[in-house]
Design a protein around this ligand. Structure first.
Ligand SMILES: CC(C)(COP(=O)(O)OP(=O)(O)OC[C@H]1O[C@@H](n2cnc3c(N)ncnc32)[C@H](O)[C@@H]1OP(=O)(O)O)[C@@H](O)C(=O)NCCC(=O)NCCS
Length: 147
């Protein structure tokens, strides 16, 4: 398989990103949510590219020594190939360089795939946010890892 590489997200990636977002989540982010991240000095937005096509993306945010993964998805045709691992590792190394010490994220209780994925990367389940999600209404598990 040709090599997948990770680079910063550009506005021109948004149509492909929004398509993956729409098939990955019941409450997808809008274009303006992604644009806000693209123009936020404290955000890191990356895409995974295979033969000129966007096949996955990640958005993270940092403030002083804390950081958050806000969004992560891989196109269903390319899941289980290590793409999300590559995206997260790229972000972790950039955040470390910025002096971040902790990284957090929220995930649906029912999203066992993502919970398993993040556990494999050393994230621990540290709390619950009651009724955090809508469509369907659901609690969030808070996961955290030291950098
Ligand atoms: C979660 C998600 C981003 C993982 O992307 P991915 O590129 O398939 O992940 P990777 O290939 O890097 O997986 C690494 C490890 O995570 C675990 N994992 C990933 N998908 C899994 C699945 N369907 N079932 C069980 N474990 C899984 C495995 O341990 C896997 O390692 P292995 O393939 O060697 O067994 C992807 O499934 C996705 O886009 N889901 C929909 C959106 C979402 O839930 N995002 C996260 C919430 S913000």
């Amino acid at each position: 398989m040709p090599e997948v590489f990770i680079r910063d997200m550009h506005e021109s990636d948004l149509p492909a990103v929004l398509e993956i977002e729409r098939i990955s989540f019941t409450v997808p982010w809008s274009a303006s949510s992604f644009l806000n991240e693209l123009h936020n000095l404290y955000s890191i937005t990356k895409v995974a590219i295979l033969e000129d096509n966007v096949i996955g993306y990640i958005c993270a945010h940092h403030i002083i020594d804390e950081s958050y993964i806000l969004n992560l998805a891989v196109h269903p045709d390319f899941r289980r190939g290590g793409i999300a691992t590559k995206l997260v590792k790229e972000v972790l190394s950039e955040l470390e360089g910025k002096g971040c010490r902790f990284i957090y994220l929220e995930v649906r209780v029912s999203n066992l795939v993502a919970r398993n994925f993040y556990s494999r990367l050393g994230f621990k389940e540290v709390g619950v946010r009651k009724n955090y999600y809508t469509s369907p209404g659901e609690d969030a598990i808070i996961m955290m890892r030291e950098l």
